[in-house]
Design a protein around this ligand. Structure first.
Ligand code: PMP
Length: 369
């Protein structure tokens, strides 16, 4: 293991070093095939074995039920903002809960294809809380309800998915889980479709994961491109067009890494979830205990993955970032739309990375506070 800096990028984000090392070792000759994975036919037996193992491992890790299809697509989260309404809206009604920047974007894009209604929003209170489910104004005939289960920019996370049935709605729930997929388990009984780009917890940008319940296939609008029709993609085992082969390969290695991951007496997804809880607690405790730094999200809605924070004296921002870089703490600058700082602490971030960050917060405050 080399000693690389700790990378807090929101995405594309840090990957496990073991995976990067294996990718480097296999770059010129994958398993004696004489080819790089980048050079293989997606229809050859080598790549098909890679894709099948990746899908099986992902299904196993997330306990994805048999009546869900896992699709390896392209287009990212923003692509899905159009692809979902083209496949699921049937040209009808879509309800969206706006809990931050990404769900707001999803609502805007869906308006091009459907009658969109904002069922709830936290815009007026500065994105500190997720709107309480009991107060959502859901329409009885909505084709689906969209939420962003982790708001990457604002740092809010649903710690429990809403039970739409209990709220009197039969609509399927669509979740944009881009920035926390595979960081915790998912209650599939509450979900109709989940999507997310790979570039946070899973692998390189360019691969998009879609998990879709089978009864939602086959309803695409006529304008939907064939390559984005979930039914077409599902029937072709994600090989209707050339899939992002290298991304699927790296994702597959990340899944293997995760299956073998151990922490606090647990293994696999339970282990990574526990480590994510511990990392987030450590960081929020340091911020809450400080007079210089602050996180503004209500404690019950705070994201385990993306921790935005502000220096109460913003004139110190540049000095803070420069000092962080010197200590090997990279990419801590907040999203340009909200300013301040943001530490993204995805699966690949070790506990030591968060400990190094909290030590720096303390030292910086001692110097400047
Ligand atoms: N949704 C969420 C929650 C995101 O974090 C992002 C990217 N940061 C997107 C959507 C957009 O994804 P992409 O850039 O892959 O289109």
């Amino acid at each position: 293991m080399t000693s690389r800096p700790f990378n807090f990028s929101a995405g594309p984000a840090a990957l496990p070093e073991e995976v990067l090392t294996q990718v480097a070792q296999e770059m010129l000759d994958w398993h004696g095939s004489g080819m790089s994975v980048m050079e293989m036919s997606h229809r050859g037996r080598e790549f098909i074995s890679i894709a099948e193992a990746a899908e099986a491992d992902l299904r196993d890790l997330l306990q994805v039920p048999a009546n869900f299809r896992i699709l390896f697509m392209q287009g990212g989260g923003l692509g899905e903002n159009a692809i979902v309404p083209m496949n699921l809206s049937r040209g009808g009604k879509v309800d969206v809960v706006v809990s931050g920047s990404w769900s707001k974007k999803s609502a805007q894009e869906a308006r091009r294809y459907a009658d969109v209604h904002i069922a709830a929003t936290n815009a007026s209170e500065g994105q500190r809380h997720i709107p309480a489910a009991a107060e959502w104004q859901l329409r009885p005939d909505a084709a689906y309800v969209h939420i962003c289960s982790n708001e990457t920019i604002d740092g809010l996370e649903f710690h429990e998915l809403p039970d739409l049935k209990a709220l009197g709605s039969d609509a399927p729930l669509v979740i944009d889980c881009s920035s926390h997929q595979l960081s915790r388990s998912i209650d599939w009984s509450r979900v109709g479709l989940a999507f997310g780009g790979a570039q946070k917890n899973i692998g390189p940008a360019g691969l998009t994961l879609v998990y879709v319940r089978e009864d939602l296939l086959g309803h695409a609008l006529p304008i939907c491109p064939s390559a984005f029709d979930y039914k077409t993609v599902a029937e072709a085992q994600s090989m209707y067009n050339t899939p992002p082969t290298f991304g699927i390969y790296v994702a597959g290695l990340v899944f293997k890494w995760l299956k073998g991951f151990g922490y606090a007496g647990k293994t696999g997804l339970a282990a990574i979830e526990q480590r994510n809880i511990d990392k987030a607690q450590l960081l929020y405790a340091a911020l809450d205990g400080s007079n210089l730094f602050e996180n503004r999200v209500a404690a019950s809605c705070r994201s385990r993955m993306n921790v935005p924070f502000y220096l109460r004296d913003e004139r110190l921002n540049d000095a803070f970032l420069a000092g962080a870089r010197e200590r090997g703490l990279l990419q801590l600058k907040g999203h340009k739309s909200v300013g301040g700082m943001r530490a993204s602490i995805y699966n690949a971030m070790p506990l030591e990375g968060v400990q190094a960050l909290t030590a720096y917060l303390r030292d910086f405050e001692a110097q400047h506070g």
